[in-house]
Design a protein. Structure first.
Length: 130
């Protein structure tokens, strides 16, 4: 799957966003090592702390299907449907991604490419618990 195709999947996922409070639609498409794509959208709640981000929705869907190895994630977000501007994952999403993905996970934001380690260079993980 190309980066452009993965971004298109993220845009499709954003169409399902439940964002009645922020009006900011976010979509994510997570590419597993086996080639499957798991999508997610942001799902808001009147109790803001119960909101779930698109990236975590995609990760949780994948893990619930037994998939825990990934190549890339594409993330898009916009209040107006213009997904040309980068929308980076929040800290909670980065931490969840770090649980299942190596530092080299490709993070695709609009026309920009990063590694997970670019956002979270000193991530907290199992090594910190020893």
């Amino acid at each position: 799957m190309t980066d452009k195709e993965l971004l298109a999947e993220a845009e499709k996922a954003a169409a399902n966003s439940y964002s009645k409070y922020s009006r900011f639609r976010v979509g994510a498409a997570l590419l597993a090592e086996d080639g499957r794509v798991f999508t997610g959208c942001n799902i808001e709640n009147a109790s803001y702390s119960l909101t779930n981000c698109a990236e975590r929705t995609a990760v949780f869907k994948a893990v619930s299907e037994g998939v825990t190895s990934f190549r890339a994630i594409a993330v898009v977000g916009s209040p107006d449907g213009d997904f040309s501007r980068p929308c980076q994952p929040c800290g909670a999403c980065l931490q969840v991604l770090s649980e299942f993905c190596g530092d080299d996970l490709m993070v695709i934001l609009s026309n920009s490419w990063f590694k997970l380690s670019d956002f979270l260079p000193m991530r907290f993980g199992a090594d910190n618990l020893k």
